[in-house]
Every structure is written in structure tokens, then in C-alpha cells.
Design a protein around this ligand. Structure first.
Ligand code: PLP
Ligand code: COI
Length: 355
């Protein structure tokens, strides 16, 4: 059956998989909803997107995504409030960042309407897939990749933009122990660290595996030049609280300009907290840990929301953070989640109503 929502053609799935899903035990990104949005680029332009049943896609073995890694993605969430209204959080920032990433990988930028109207049409069709309740949401994965063929190492002439969605619970279970990286680098000046390029994640897997073998969950990346300054983690930006000051690294062409990060900065400032956006050396964090002034570390990101870090490893030594009764992390997490889920006023205008 074909209908039209927000000017987008919708081809509905004949059956639904929703009854097979255990919504009380959702792992992150493992179950996918009934539909996806698909939009093709060829002959120099993007063609109208369609919502269609979630299904495998067929690519030629020479498709450039396989060989040269032209692929970028975004991570967003849709939230359902007590009245079943559906909300997004700063979606235009994801749209803009997707195009920033695409441009860096010599891929075509998308028109705003295809992204926004396509996403809204998809969420309307799969509204029942958006779980309600604490910590639950529909994780949204927009991505663009080179579907055009050929072994020549140059940009493809055809691309696909797809949005797939997955009802999800939390990304991490429990607290997170991190290893401050001293050997490998995630990104470098002039590179693609600021882009949400698939290859950035592939490059992290091996050093992260080594960290996991040592009992940590994530790597904290340091600057590639000296490994002396804290940058960000594998899937989140990093905040450190020393005494009562919240510190996070400035964004650069090595760091992803996280939407959660910038929201946390604004929220913390609006609550009168001391926030410093500056270079943060590993030495300062280690000294603070030794002196007892290191109060908290936490990661911030769409999937991770606000994830407290319980300790870190550096130079073969482990440092454990204090267990505080009241933390900036839990305070800021509640503030941001309340805004995202329409549980509190939104003085910043971040919430975006879908339906
Ligand atoms: N840093 C990296 C490398 C990420 O993958 C993410 C996740 O998207 C973030 C930071 C956090 O960004 P955001 O808050 O926009 O999700
Ligand atoms: C997100 O937070 O949305 C991300 O994209 C992180 C991802 C690598 C799981």
C-alpha cells in the first residue's frame, strides 16, 4: 500500500514485527523497526526519498563504500512523552553535521527538506516503535554512503541516504572505566576527526579491543601530537569536574562537535556552574586524582546520554573516582533528559515536536 506523508511516498510493510520485540529488555541498536527511509543520489542530484519496509539492500561488489570508505552517519533519538507526543532534540544540528561530514568526504550534501520531512514521515509510520519510559527511546541512524561502482580511487557518482531506527535502552550497562590512550590516535590535525565518518570508528576498534582486554570499556583519546591532552572518548565527549569546575576540551578538527556536549555546557552555565572549555592535560587530571580534587568524569553523547566514569587507567596505574551522593552528572543528565522527553520547560528551544 502506498500513501503520502509530509509529501513523502510511503510504501507500508505488509506485516509488522513489533509483537516479536521484548520492549522490557532492549539492547542498544539490535532490533530494527518496520520501515526505513531511502533516498538515492545519481546523475548529479538527490531524488525524492521514500519510506519503505526495512529490508536488505543490494550493492555491486565494486561499490566504493567497500573499498574507499565513503560513509558518514548521525545518531539521534525520538522520545515519546506521557501523552504519546513524539519529540526530537535539536534535529537540525544533526542535519547540518551530516552535511559537514559529507562535504569532508567529498560526498554530496542533502537538502534539508529531504532529511527533515523524510525523518518525520518515517517516525509517523513507525510511531508505535517509539518506546516510552525512563531511559528508552527510538534510536535514529541516518547515514549516507557511496553506492556508485568502480575501483578508481575517486569519489563515487552515486550515493544512498538511509534512515534506519532501533528502539533502544541504554548504551552502557553500569558505570564506565576508561583507559587514557598513550599510543594510538583517533584523529589528527587536518584529518576527519570532526566528521562522523564510519572509518573513524573502524580505526578505534583495535585500540579499544586492547583496552577491553585490560578491563576497560572505552578509550579516552588524547591529542595525536603529544598524547598529553584529553580529547574525547570513542562515542562521546568527555567532561571532568575538578573541585566544582566542569572542564571539557575545545572542539577542533580532531574532535566531534557533540550536540549533547554543547547542550550540557549551556545547561551547566545556565545553572550557574563554573564551566571551562580549554585544553585539559592528563597530568592535571592525574594530579587532581592524587590530591582528591578530581570529583567526577563523565561522557556525553546521544547514545550514551550522560555516562559517569568510575575510574581511569593511565601509565599502568588505575585511578578510582569517589562515589559522591550528588553528582553534576546525574543533575545534568536529569535536566537534559527532562527537556528531551517533555518533562520540563525548554527555555532553549531545543525540543522539536514531530507529532
Ligand atoms: N564523540 C564521538 C566520537 C561520537 O561518536 C559521539 C556520538 O555521536 C559524540 C562525541 C557525541 O555527539 P552527540 O552528542 O552529538 O551525539
Ligand atoms: C551516538 O551517540 O549517537 C553515536 O553515534 C555513537 C555511536 C557510535 C553509537
Amino acid at each position: 500500500m502506498s500513501t503520502v506523508i509530509n509529501d513523502i511516498e510511503v510504501i507500508k510493510a505488509k506485516t509488522t514485527k513489533i509483537h516479536e520485540v521484548d520492549f522490557d529488555n532492549l539492547k542498544f541498536g539490535t532490533v530494527f523497526s518496520d520501515h526505513m527511509l531511502v533516498c538515492d543520489y545519481n546523475k548529479g542530484q538527490w531524488h525524492a526519498p521514500k519510506v519503505m519496509p526495512y529490508q536488505p539492500i543490494t550493492l555491486d561488489p565494486s561499490a566504493k563504500i567497500f573499498h574507499y570508505g565513503q560513509s558518514v552517519f548521525e545518531g539521534m533519538k525520538a522520545y515519546k512523552d506521557a501523552e504519546d507526543q513524539v519529540w526530537l532534540f535539536r534535529p537540525l544540528d544533526n542535519f547540518k553535521r551530516l552535511n559537514i561530514s559529507s562535504k569532508r568526504l567529498a560526498m554530496p550534501e542533502l537538502p534539508e527538506a529531504y532529511f527533515m520531512e523524510g525523518l518525520k514521515a518515517l517516525l509517523k509510520v513507525d510511531k508505535d516503535w517509539i518506546p516510552k519510559g525512563e531511559g528508552r527511546s527510538l534510536y535514529i541512524r541516518p547515514f549516507v554512503f557511496a553506492s556508485g561502482n568502480g575501483f578508481h580511487a575517486s569519489p563515487a557518482d552515486a550515493y544512498k541516504f538511509i534512515i534506519a531506527t532501533a528502539p533502544s535502552g541504554s548504551y552502557f550497562s553500569g558505570t564506565v572505566r576508561v583507559l587514557i590512550e598513550q599510543t594510538y590516535s583517533r584523529s589528527a590535525n587536518g584529518g576527519v576527526g570532526f566528521a562522523k565518518a564510519g572509518g573513524n570508528y573502524a580505526g578505534q576498534f583495535y585500540p579499544t579491543q586492547l583496552a577491553i582486554e585490560k578491563g576497560y570499556q572505552q578509550v579516552i583519546w588524547t591529542d595525536d601530537n603529544t598524547h598529553e591532552f584529553i580529547e574525547e572518548a570513542g562515542a562521546m565527549n568527555i567532561f571532568v569536574r575538578i573541585e566544582d569546575t566542569l572542564i571539557t576540551a575545545p572542539t577542533s578538527d580532531r574532535i566531534l562537535d557533540g550536540i549533547t556536549r554543547k547542550s550540557i555546557i549551556e545547561l551547566a552555565k545556565s545553572e550557574g556552574m563554573d564551566v571551562e572549555i580549554r585544553k585539559l592535560s592528563v597530568r592535571e587530571v592525574v594530579e587532581a586524582a592524587k590530591e582528591g580534587t578530581l570529583k567526577e568524569m563523565f561522557g556525553a553523547g546521544t547514545a550514551a546520554v550522560v555516562s559517569p566514569i568510575s575510574g581511569f587507567g593511565y601509565n599502568g596505574k588505575d585511578y578510582t573516582l569517589p562515589e559522591l551522593e550528588e553528582t553534576y552528572a546525574s543533575f545534568l543528565k536529569k535536566r537534559i533528559v527532562d527537556i528531551q522527553t517533555n518533562n520540563a520547560a525548554d527555555p532553549f528551544g531545543w525540543r522539536y515536536k514531530v507529532v
